[in-house]
Design a protein around this ligand. Sequence first.
Ligand code: ADP
Ligand code: MG
Length: 460
Amino acid sequence: MKTDIIWSNVLNNIKNEVNSLTFDTWFKETKLYSLKNNNAYIIVPMPLHKRLLKVSYNELIVEKLHEETDTYYELIFLLNEEIEDDMKSNNNYEHTDLSTNDNNNEFSYESNLNEKYTFENFVVGNSNKFAQAASLSVAENPGKMYNPLFIYGESGLGKTHLMHAIGNYIIKNSNKRVLYVTSDQFIQDFININKKDDTTGNNINYIDYFKNKYRNIDILMIDDIQFLGRASQTQQEFFQTFNSLYNDSKQIVISSDRSPQDLKLLEMRLRTRFCWGLTVNIFPPDFNLRVEILKKKIIGESIVNVIDDDVVEYIASNIGPDVRQLEGAITRVIAYSTIMGAAKIDVNFAIEALKDFISKGMNGNSDSARVMRIVSEHFQISVEDIKSKKRNANIAFPRQIAMYLCRNVLDESLKKIGSDFGGKDHTTVMHSVSKIEKAINENLELKNTIEKLKKDIINV
Ligand code: ADP
Ligand code: MG
């Protein structure tokens, strides 16, 4: 039988046994490459899948393959680009301990989770699929896959949503104890210990309270860790909390608006620990993802039939990348239609409803900010990176292109461009612009890319 028929039967059988979220995230994009010498070579889309499928679904796949082929295969998970290499070498399997260590502590506690944020209502696209998959793998295997999981990205891109989704998933599927806090709450709890100490002269209970709250849990999630930088004393306590949980194989999930390396106010030893597990960057949603997110939101409001598709596109191309603002815009349009008693919402209606919203620059838009956003989306880096001083080619090159476009399309002065791009010297800008001018003449692909970006910039 052909491998793709075998695999489609296997997938169909698996589909019946796992939920659709699991199936879509881990199985949908897999392929059976070949069956050879009792090895089944399975192609997976991201490195993350290898480990997760091995840890969580090895037996299931082996069993389903056996049903189709009467053979028990050893599974070898490969990325597309690894096929050649790995077929030649022998694979050793690490043994993974799958036993669960659920604990059944009885006493009550607050997880602080908001059940509104789930994986089911998180819309996945290119810019966030790595972060989503990493989060789901941690939710399925807390403490075992990646510890800590560090999610970073600009405001409004879904970090908090993913953290709650992890927590809600774990609580639904196990009796593990989850605690979600912002770093501000952590600091506050820590300060309280000392305050109580001052007034009563006896702080034992509050220390117990603190230790119980932060150590007697299976999953600790700290949101917006960058604020811990303001409280240097608290960092010491956090360090101990981290170590204690980590040594007990408890899962730690951290979010931040910047990468661990860029958390300059945090102690070095903390930053180093944050890199022990997996660090994932969440990028601004591109146009298509913005449209998908808006559509999902509209379905949630049960007003699908009243809103024209081009309203969604109008919003997606004028607002963003902050998803919070996208949501704000759609809420506003809906509220406006209720007030006005409109039966149907078309583009003209939306333009009217969003007049102030868009022109007030809710999307933080100077023209050059727009250029940076479009270029950063195209190259899947962040605007912060473009404005930074980083010199790696994957950031410096898009930065030069963005500068070129500001000069060429917007006709901005070198000085203005320099200041918009995080305070760069005008000679740097001049150098970048002429470098790209030259490169375009030598490289047709680059020329086409630039043409496309120009269109995107002009087209709104
Ligand atoms: P962050 O913590 O990164 O600043 P949030 O997680 O608070 O961002 O997200 C802001 C808002 O946008 C939330 O209401 C969240 O539900 C929504 N959101 C962000 N990304 C997505 C997505 N991919 N799908 C659905 N909603 C999203
Ligand atoms: Mg947040």
